[in-house]
Design a protein around this ligand. Structure first.
Ligand code: DX5
Ligand code: ZN
Length: 216
């Protein structure tokens, strides 16, 4: 199934509840919450109180993207705050296998993200244990950047692997996703589109309708 995962980093935080409820009713299946630590990425964003607030607003999938060094330290806190999916970065984990097991132990879906410069082959040993792979199509840390074209081939590569191995996984794409490139990303094999600025800038209702039509 193809799903929209609005990135709340670009939401109007003075009206977060209103916007989450609107998107929930309109048909967003996931809500993407970006946690940044100012170390793994040069920016600081939300923490677990925000995950908890989002959890209290919706029954949909709370999709937490941890842009945090050594994220194993926070898996329990993240699950307790209400995350359904916990994504950790390949580049941020010294013991990725152990962190993925930790995520499963707390009952969340285990997902791994790769930065633009990280090849799919880096994940070859762990792809049979993940529920989702997040392909970063920009360098993580900020909303509103332009998609880096060479990352699209990695979506195709992951889709081929998912289709031919016994563990099929979701493929989420994050960074610079807009209504112009969404079709291309779905054709490449992504099934969960994260979108921040292209959704929240301008007319939220019109943008939501456009995205949901493309995803249908
Ligand atoms: C960036 C974050 C994204 C970001 C996407 O590091 O992981 O989720 O909010 O924003 P847009 O869609 O504006 O690129
Ligand atoms: Zn993200």
């Amino acid at each position: 199934m193809n799903c929209l995962s609005p990135s709340l980093l670009s939401a109007d935080l003075t009206r977060l509840g209103e916007q989450v409820r609107y998107l929930d009713d309109a048909g967003a299946a996931y809500f993407h919450v970006d946690i940044m630590d100012g170390c793994f990425v040069p920016n600081i964003s939300f923490g677990f109180p925000v995950v908890k607030a989002v959890r209290s607003l919706t029954e949909k999938v709370v999709d937490v993207h941890m842009m945090v060094d050594d994220p194993g330290r926070y898996i329990n806190a993240c699950a307790e705050a209400g995350a359904d999916i916990i994504t950790v970065h390949f580049e941020a984990c010294r013991h990725l296998d152990a962190v993925l097991q930790q995520i499963k132990q707390v009952g969340a879906m285990a997902s791994v993200a790769i930065n633009p410069a990280t090849p799919v082959s880096a994940l070859s040993c762990i792809l049979d244990q993940v529920d989702m792979v997040l392909v970063m199509t920009v360098n993580p840390g900020y909303g509103g950047q332009k998609l880096i074209p060479y990352t699209i081939e990695k979506i195709r590569e992951l889709k081929r692997i998912s289709d031919t191995s016994k563990n099929s996984f979701d493929i989420e794409v994050d960074g610079g996703v807009n209504t112009e490139n969404a079709g291309l990303l779905l054709d490449a094999g992504a099934n969960i589109l994260v979108t921040g600025s292209a959704l929240f800038k301008g007319d939220l209702e019109e943008n939501t309708t456009q995205f949901l039509n493309i995803l249908e």
